[in-house]
Design a protein around this ligand. Structure first.
Ligand code: DP6
Length: 389
């Protein structure tokens, strides 16, 4: 007799913060010192695909990421699985007909459709996909907001990838983190014409991880407390309102200001943390000039804990933004066939020398847009033998 294998598969999106999470008040639960806001990006372009399977025939929990078996004995993964099993146990107590999946071992297989080395927010999509896949396998009744509390324990920013569109993560006040959850500010359909261009900026040197970097900032930066107490609470209200009003000018100004302040508190840490490199700064200079020439925010840049630039812009400005990027980056990977008719061009006032230097540092462009929450899929990464296909 073959023993039944239960499984569920999902895709989950990357999210890029426009109001940054930087600093924890509880490092075990990943409780943040400030609330944050992000845009969920389209899974057509960037996604993690995860299959979770359970069976009484599995002897231990196992995890494979991008084809390589990884340890399941990390505090973050253990915390997520323990919480999910606890919820399943409760579910089984109410529904006696359910198979006892809470007692079975799990096999989890996960793959990104983008290179992990590209330094994109892969842990956010990864933990969101893992929590969503196991929750679906367990047929949990909990909402995405409730599940975000679990994903947050895997990686703080992962809580925001359980929702689509425009997402806030409320920092919460409770010591147990029960109110530190993600919620939707607006759906993708509410403001569908937001676009993103990710410039993957190569950098050989190993960066300080977000987890380590934010602890140094919390412990040593004097600017940080002002950011947390005064700047972010005001920006959080303004940015939420700008999203609801589809006010790109305010949204873009705040996005730029917050990226710059995040990197300022990194520089104010001891030892200082540098995530931007010369190519990142060149991208900043180009976008600042572009916005100055047009007298409005045409594109807003933001940088996470690495040198990659993420540019947000509106569909109506596609010809301006992509024309400029085509002029600067004609020969890199990632240009979509749908952009073939966009003519390379740049406004008078941007020195050609500024554009000419960019291509040497950019390995790839990813063109995408605001996207949806994790999606269940019939595409399974686990075979009938319970192992990766
Ligand atoms: C700069 O969520 O990766 O991208 O909670 O320690 O896993 P951990 O950190 P992580 O930090 C993300 C930091 C950021 C800003 C953001 O996404 O809000």
């Amino acid at each position: 007799m073959t023993i039944k294998i239960y499984s569920a598969s999902t895709t989950a999106p990357v999210n890029i913060a426009t109001l940054k999470y930087w600093g924890k008040r509880d490092t075990r639960l990943n409780l943040p010192t400030n609330s944050s806001i992000s845009v969920t990006l389209s899974q057509d372009d960037l996604r993690t695909l995860t299959t979770a399977a359970a069976s009484s025939s599995f002897e231990t929990d196992k995890l494979w990421l991008n084809g390589i078996e990884e340890s399941v004995h990390t505090p973050r993964l253990s915390a997520c699985l323990a919480e999910l099993r606890q919820l399943r146990r409760q579910h089984e107590q109410v529904h006696a007909e359910l198979a006892p999946l809470s007692q079975y071992h799990l096999h989890i297989v996960s793959e990104n459709n983008f290179p992990t080395a590209a330094g994109l927010a892969s842990s956010a999509a990864g933990f969101a996909a893992l929590v969503r896949a196991v929750a679906d396998l367990f047929e949990l009744p909990q909402s995405a907001e409730e599940l975000s509390r679990i994903a947050r324990q895997g990686s703080g920013s992962a809580c925001r990838s359980l929702l689509g569109g425009y997402v806030a993560w409320d920092k919460g006040d409770a010591a147990d983190g029960s109110d530190s959850v993600a919620r939707q500010v607006a759906t993708k359909q509410h403001w569908p014409d937001l676009r993103a261009a990710v410039l993957v900026i190569s950098d050989a040197k190993k960066e300080t991880s977000s987890t380590a970097g934010m602890q140094v900032t919390v412990a040593t930066s004097t600017l940080f407390q002002h950011r947390v107490d005064v700047v972010v609470p005001a920006r959080f209200e303004q940015m939420s309102a700008a999203i609801v009003a589809k006010d790109f000018e305010t949204f873009g100004k705040l996005t730029i200001a917050d990226s710059n302040q995040f990197h300022a508190v990194c520089l104010d840490s001891s030892p200082p943390i540098f995530y931007l490199n010369d190519y990142s700064r060149r991208a900043i200079a180009i976008i600042e000039r572009l916005n100055a020439i047009y007298g409005r925010i045409v594109a807003a840049y933001t940088f996470d804990a690495g040198p990659n630039a993420v540019l947000y812009y509106q569909q109506k400005d596609e010809a301006i933004v992509l024309g400029l990027l085509k002029e600067a980056l004609p020969d890199i990977n990632g240009w979509k066939p749908s952009t073939a008719n966009i003519i390379p061009s740049f406004p008078e006032g941007i020195p050609k020398s500024l554009l000419d230097g960019l291509q040497a540092g950019v390995s790839r462009i990813i063109l995408t847009s605001v996207g949806d929450e994790p999606q269940p899929t019939s595409k399974s990464l686990i075979g009938t033998d319970g192992l990766p296909k």
